[in-house]
Ligand binder design. Structure first.
Ligand code: PDD
Length: 304
């Protein structure tokens, strides 16, 4: 009988999503003591899977968490879960593909075993919810809460601790429900959004915040590689609000967005306000070529 429901991998077994549960005392749930990574499919194929798994294992190491399996095994299991779920994708849909490792339930009585939780799951991308942004761009507002400084907890570890970013989002959504938060670092330079890295373009040069201050976005790196192949000069440097306000173009990158233009930062339109700007448009086209799919058309196909 054809599979009716998506399946997940959870602690050694592949089970239907509705039958997957974690213990109420799982450290990932009660303390945020967990890491994750999220890739996406294009036409049902996971993009840059190995880079995502490598980042997952770096995050595990930073938290002294043992995923309990090799990177190769994690790739194998992820491939199996995706293959089982791809037939359930709707037309013009694709998945977020997420692995999570938590510290499990703390052993409190003598002889009690404690084991880490490992989850692999697929979730349809929010294409309809985000489709309009590929017409208007994503307006950014900078909240009062700064991004956690790297020495307090490295933003390069993709942990379950998103409260810093969630607080920024909540504050911004109270001002403009359609805007996304762009957190500044404690020096007032641009850092990142809840699920995205940021780039500006000025006089033909593409710039993005330094790696130490943000999540090492796989899409961020892909865009830097594309800029190099297109001979577009690119820099990783401190970028403050003066730079953002006087930029010619601004855009966001993430696994789910790929590249999405930004029409304003705190109400200030970069350049002539037309989105996407010429350099952003070139990079968006090159990204679609790289992944073998016009990701903007996929989003726009879901415009309500
Ligand atoms: N984006 N910064 C943060 C805090 C993130 O959570 C993410 C992940 C990014 C972009 O990184 P990448 O290009 O590797 O996705 C930056 C999630 C997975 C997403 O929205 O797709």
């Amino acid at each position: 009988m054809a599979q009716q429901e998506r399946v997940v991998y959870l602690n050694g077994r592949i089970v239907p999503e509705s039958q997957a549960g974690i213990p109420i005392r799982d450290a990932g749930f009660i303390y945020g003591d967990a890491v994750f990574d999220a890739a996406r499919t294009f036409n049902g194929q996971v993009f840059r899977m190995r880079e995502h798994i490598d980042r997952l294992y770096d995050s595990c190491k930073y938290l002294r968490l043992d995923p309990g399996m090799s990177r190769e095994r994690m790739v194998e299991l992820t491939t199996e879960v995706v293959e089982r779920n791809v037939p359930l994708l709707g037309p013009n849909e694709d998945y977020w593909v997420t692995q999570r490792v938590t510290r499990g339930v703390e052993a409190t009585s003598p002889g009690e075993e404690s084991h880490n939780t490992v989850l692999i799951e697929c979730r349809p991308l929010p294409l309809a919810k985000r489709a309009h942004y590929y017409r208007t761009g994503i307006p950014l507002l900078t909240p009062s809460v700064p991004r956690i400084p790297p020495r307090f907890m490295s933003p390069r570890a993709k942990t379950h601790n998103y409260l810093n970013l969630v607080l920024g989002d909540l504050e911004v959504h109270d001002s403009d429900p359609d805007a996304w938060a762009l957190l500044l670092d404690e020096s007032g330079n641009l850092a990142e959004g809840r699920g995205s890295n940021v780039f500006i373009v000025k006089d033909g040069v593409v710039s993005t915040p330094r790696l130490q201050m943000v999540l090492a976005g796989i899409t961020r790196q892909t865009v830097l590689d594309l800029a190099a192949s297109l001979k577009i000069p690119a820099e990783e440097r401190d970028i403050d609000l003066f730079d953002a306000y006087t930029a010619d173009e601004v855009f966001l990158t993430s696994t789910s967005l790929c590249i999405c233009p930004v029409p304003s930062v705190n109400g200030m339109a970069p350049g002539d306000g037309k989105v996407p700007g010429p350099v952003t448009e070139r990079l968006m086209g090159a990204f679609s070529d790289l992944v073998g799919m016009d990701y903007v058309s996929q989003y726009l196909a879901h415009l309500r």
